[in-house]
Ligand binder design. Structure first.
Ligand SMILES: Cc1cc2nc3c(=O)[nH]c(=O)nc-3n(C[C@H](O)[C@H](O)[C@H](O)COP(=O)(O)OP(=O)(O)OC[C@H]3O[C@@H](n4cnc5c(N)ncnc54)[C@H](O)[C@@H]3O)c2cc1C
Length: 455
């Protein structure tokens, strides 16, 4: 083939990036790959919300799923997309946004139409542990077998499970990882991917399809004021710097269990969950802190918690749809059930447990709850109220700004005794925990936990 012919054939390439939980331009192997294969071709950069609505029976998941995501989570996502869009515009392209409209076309059909109309030749995605998202990718692959798929890792420390099998417990996992791949203390920093300086343009025919262009949305002011989390890679990187420029990492282990203080834990989770921050970037920053400032139990514990995240990612990949089963990965279903009244009390913060009410009010208002709070409200849900854990997990999924499929459903299974906990299940004594973590009742007062059910 002559050079001219080679160039012509390259000009027909239309590459589509389907963003999911990789909403950043730095250290993004998927975007980098797309920028390389679309040189001399065209590039479509797409975020498709509610893509999984196409699946009718999300493997028994339909009964307890919600219709729309909570305000705080929605706002965080929108801010993240707005920031990504700005970065893409700087690089010569922009974000296309597919969403459920008033008219009937579902998002899967919209995406299929776009692929067909623009004669997409290549699709780039990031590997995900999200079972339902993967089912949608399977459907697309079956529908367009001629398209070449390029799958990169962007969410985890390891490109694939670095062990032969996923150990049954986190402790075994951590010990094996630390023995074989001690990334915290390795000589060299973790390699990260360069940010593409420029991107190929979108196909000409798309330039006047402004209905697809991402447009920032205005949100409820009250929600905005309540939340410290601002979505997007730029604010994530700012937060990362602010955290490691402070003394907080050096005391993390002693403060991480607090119920309500911005600096008492890292607050990286929301940016990590939708991929506006890469875990490798965080780990390199932690390594730098250990080198330049101090390495102690607290800095080690940040790595320890990042390993929990890694564990639940590979847990979700390993157990697939079992993540949503009532009996989890075990043999026996718990002796709990759905009671709509109790469920409503838990959601609305009107149970007879002030600490639980306060945490739930905080979640509904801000989209965040501390790890201690999550353990307490989940324990109450399962052990005091006797409810089916999946409804609790689904409610968390709806509201948490940091919702992550592996971490959320995996932690709920763990607490319900149907997951990766060698001890069976975890029940917390709520009175004792209140004494320990809110001895003066400040947290309960702040989040109005004393408003109980009126019967
Ligand atoms: C019932 C339940 C549901 C949860 N759902 C989620 C979820 O949807 N998304 C999520 O990111 N975390 C979830 N967690 C884990 C944990 O509560 C949050 O990661 C943490 O509170 C986020 O705050 P942080 O970033 O300040 O955490 P830090 O304490 O600063 O921890 C640093 C990072 O380590 C990871 N991490 C910490 N604890 C855990 C853990 N137990 N499991 C997995 N990763 C962890 C997170 O990425 C976190 O950002 C859940 C925990 C429970 C008990």
């Amino acid at each position: 083939m002559s050079n001219q012919a080679a160039n012509n054939s390259e000009n027909n390439n239309v590459t589509l990036v389907l963003f999911h939980n990789d909403l950043r331009v730095a250290d993004n192997a998927t975007l980098l790959k797309a920028s390389k294969i679309s040189i001399n071709g065209k590039l479509l950069l797409v975020y498709a919300s509610s893509l999984t609505d196409i699946l009718d029976d999300k493997d028994h998941y339909d009964a307890y799923r919600y219709d729309s995501i909570g305000q705080a989570r929605q706002q965080f996502l929108h801010e993240s997309l707005a920031d990504l869009n700005a970065s893409l515009i700087q690089r010569g392209n922009r974000l296309l946004y597919l969403q459920k409209g008033d008219e009937a076309l579902n998002v899967f059909t919209q995406l299929s139409n776009l692929i067909a109309q623009q004669q997409v030749t290549d699709i780039c995605i990031s590997q995900t542990a999200d079972y339902n998202q993967n089912k949608v990718y399977d459907l697309l692959q079956a529908k367009y077998p001629e398209i070449q798929w390029h799958i990169q890792t962007t969410a985890t420390l390891f490109d694939e499970l670095p062990l032969e099998h996923l150990p049954k417990s986190f402790t075994q996992f951590r010990k094996q990882i630390e023995a074989d791949y001690d990334l915290l203390h390795a000589k060299k920093d973790i390699a990260t991917y360069p940010t593409p300086e420029s991107l190929s343009p979108m196909p000409k025919a798309m330039l006047n399809r402004s209905e697809y262009f991402f447009a920032a949305q205005v949100f409820d002011k009250q929600v905005q004021q309540q939340s410290n989390f601002k979505g997007g890679e730029s604010s994530g990187l700012k937060h990362l710097d602010a955290y490691f420029d402070s003394d907080a990492p050096s005391t993390y282990k002693t403060t991480r269990n607090a119920l309500d203080d911005w600096t008492h834990s890292t607050k990286f989770s929301a940016w990590l969950a939708n991929g506006s921050l890469s875990v490798n970037t965080i780990l390199n920053r932690l390594r730098r802190y250990e080198r330049d400032i101090i390495a102690n139990d607290s800095t080690y514990w940040i790595w320890f918690e990042l390993l929990w995240r890694e564990y639940f990612y590979w847990y979700a990949v390993t157990h697939q749809e079992k993540l949503f089963w009532f009996k989890g990965i075990g043999q026996h279903a718990p002796l709990t059930q759905l009671d709509k009244n109790l469920l409503a009390q838990w959601k609305n913060g009107t149970t007879s447990y002030p600490i639980v009410n306060a945490c739930m009010n905080q979640l509904r208002t801000t989209g965040y709850m501390s790890n201690r709070g999550r353990q307490l409200v989940a324990s109450c849900f399962i052990h005091e109220l006797g409810l089916d854990w999946r409804y609790g997990a689904a409610y968390f999924e709806q509201h948490l700004v940091d919702h992550d499929v592996g971490s959320n459903w995996g932690n709920w299974q763990y607490l319900a005794g149907v997951g990766a906990d060698p001890r069976g299940c975890r029940q917390f004594n709520l009175d004792k925990q209140t004494q320990q973590y809110d001895p003066n009742g400040e947290f309960i007062r702040q989040w109005q936990g004393n408003t109980q059910k009126s019967d």
